[in-house]
Unconditional design. Sequence first.
Length: 272
Amino acid sequence: MGMFAVFGNPIQHSKSPLIHQMFAKQTGIELEYQKILAPVEDFEMHLTDFFEKGGEGANITLPFKERAFKFVSELTDRAQICGAVNTIRKLDNHRLLGDNTDGVGLLLDLQRLGFVSPSCKILIIGAGGATRGALLPLLEYGCDITLTNRTFEKAESLAHQFSSLGKIQSKPMEQVISAEFDLIINGTSSGVTGDIPKISHNLFSAQVACYDMFYQRGLTPFLLFAKQNQVTKLADGLGMLVGQAAFAFKLWHGITPDIDPVLKALQKELES
Ligand code: ATR
């Protein structure tokens, strides 16, 4: 039976084992999938140990994605471009392949929701790791992206780094005022502290869709704010979580599982 695991710190609340076991059942593949709490000092040692003991693949979550990027011997193009690895596949005893499935997972979820089209105008708020991971697939799909961030310089620098890959520009938050966007994505971690980014309520309307990469039980603060401003197309990052896992599953097992039943099961669990 193939051995897989997710590494992070903290890791207690990770839903990855549950998601991968549901995919396994759906596709008739037998696997073992554990949660591994890696101490911050020696994440790399724990990862090496896992693969030496027969591990076939791993997911990497906070705070280790950049360290996993440096650790692997080979990288997919999309991992190379975003500078972070969330999925590793053992190729042989000497080679580990690092991939990043966060962005394609997000795009898959946005497509499932009908929130995105190739000509879509998207505002992304935030310029940290979550946004960086999401940019490439959206740009490749054809979307026109405006980046904004509390610390504008970071949005400016990120937009500059991705400028050769598609339509992307940056704007200071106070200058993002017109209702020109089809989709607004919150890629900040503001929801963790119950906050929302300070963006104008003029951006919201019944036509725009809002997506929060963060998720929690009930509406996130950002989605609640959007709802209070007439937005009806609302979704949180639970679908992105299942989407990134589906692409990791594909990398390991060669089969793309159906995310819908798994997402429904997780939503039910979160609501109960
Ligand atoms: P992650 O890897 O989760 O993206 P990160 O790299 O620390 O985390 O980035 C967090 C992002 O959330 C940043 O864009 C941050 O804005 P700053 O660059 O100005 O720090 C944003 N963020 C966090 N808390 C926020 C808040 N309360 N309001 C607005 N933006 C916030």
